[in-house]
Design a protein around this ligand. Structure first.
Ligand code: HEC
Ligand code: HEC
Length: 238
């Protein structure tokens, strides 16, 4: 009798825990062996050709000096593949990118990912920022009281990337404004393609000034005024 009650109780608890997922998964990409193999077997030469349609915004080799356009050079191929797939499925919202990937096949996305992964990473933004204690602590130790794990535990030492963790982006030398925009978009839920809500949940616990300090820490640039732009705003024409 008691056992039956316990089973019923746990079944109800499991259902309650799963309830937020009823609205659908945050990404359609699942890291099956097949998907990992595809995403890692892209043809960079074919990707280079496909990139001609993207170069106007992302630059000739994937990096560009526009503050809210992310740098792609040297980024992990699985991460790039997943983002392109998420834009196509519209599980990551960006009017520009949802349109840009419309006609790409899974194979095209793997080829583009191989091309970007093979390019040079972005260069650090000039003068290094003085170390900010709050950012260094969050990056390397986290905050046990607020249940924030160390960023580098997932993103690699100083955000240099972590290829053994499927789909993990490198953060190092990414532009400060893009990093800020992405963290704010996770916090507001505007960006919701992170599997298991890892980024959304931990960003909810970060203050504006911590987000600014972390963006500055990883970009290697001095902190900026918090941007007033939206994550989906088109890049400024130069
Ligand atoms: C009109 C400008 C424009 C064009 C054309 C464009 N992009 Fe983008 N791209 C952006 C912007 C802006 C973002 C950031 C959007 C966001 O915040 O989700 C972005 C984001 C991305 C990301 C996510 C990077 C990350 O770090 O999360 C990838 C990958 C990407 N673009 C690849 C491509 C590819 C491949 C093409 C061509 C098929 C392309 N883009 C065409 C402007 C553009
Ligand atoms: C449990 C692992 C984990 C931890 C801890 C973690 N992240 Fe992430 N983060 C991820 C994953 C996975 C993604 C990719 C989500 C996706 O698929 O779009 C990501 C994405 C990001 C992005 C978007 C990158 C881009 O190019 O658009 C930023 C910025 C980021 N994380 C910053 C941080 C910061 C800052 C911290 C610490 C406060 C942190 N992360 C802690 C797993 C983690």
């Amino acid at each position: 009798m008691r056992r039956r009650f316990a089973i019923a109780f746990f079944a109800a608890a499991a259902l309650a825990a799963a309830a937020p997922l009823v609205s659908g998964p945050s990404s359609r990409v699942a890291w099956t062996l097949e998907t990992v193999k595809l995403a890692r077997s892209g043809d960079a030469a074919k990707g280079k050709k496909l990139h001609e349609d993207c170069a106007q915004c992302h630059g000739e080799a994937g990096n560009v000096d526009i503050p809210d356009v992310p740098d792609l050079g040297g980024q992990d191929s699985l991460y790039i593949y997943k983002q392109l797939s998420d834009y196509k499925a519209e599980s990551r919202a960006s009017s520009i990118m949802n349109e840009a990937v419309k006609t790409l096949s899974d194979r095209d996305m793997a080829d583009l990912a191989a091309f970007y992964a093979a390019q040079k990473p972005p260069r650090s933004a000039g003068k290094p920022a003085p170390p900010n204690n709050a950012a260094v602590k969050l990056a390397t130790v986290g905050d046990g009281v607020r249940l924030i794990p160390a960023c580098d535990a997932c993103h690699g030492d100083r955000g240099a990337g972590n290829p053994s963790f499927y789909g993990m982006p490198g953060l190092k030398d990414q532009k400060s404004q893009d990093l800020t925009v992405q963290l704010m978009a996770f916090r507001s839920g505007e960006r919701a393609n992170d599997v298991y809500r890892v980024m959304r949940d931990l960003c909810k616990r970060l203050t504006d000034s911590e987000i600014g300090a972390l963006a500055s820490y990883y970009s290697g640039a001095l902190p900026e005024e918090p941007p007033t732009i939206s994550a989906t705003k088109p890049p400024q024409k130069k």
